[in-house]
Ligand binder design. Sequence first.
Ligand SMILES: [Zn+2]
Length: 89
Amino acid sequence: MGAAAFKPENVVFHGEANIRDFIPPNSRVPRRFCKKCSSYIAEDARPVLGVYALPLGLCDQGSVDPIYLPKFHIFYGASWSGGGDDDGD
Ligand SMILES: [Zn+2]
């Protein structure tokens, strides 16, 4: 799953009452889910990376400001697909 990292000061969660946090065993990183439909919302990676990781599938790519488009890959070498970048790198 593709995700983008955002500084905490740039992330606002609306409807906190409808968000459930789950910390997997042996992890310090809470995952955030919608209580109503169980959709994955975010990973609270502040304890280890200082950021929130938001799944790219949440983004309406046509409405995302270009400054927020992905510029880096992390954990790229661990990718199971081994595929190249969209731009052919
Ligand atoms: Zn939902």
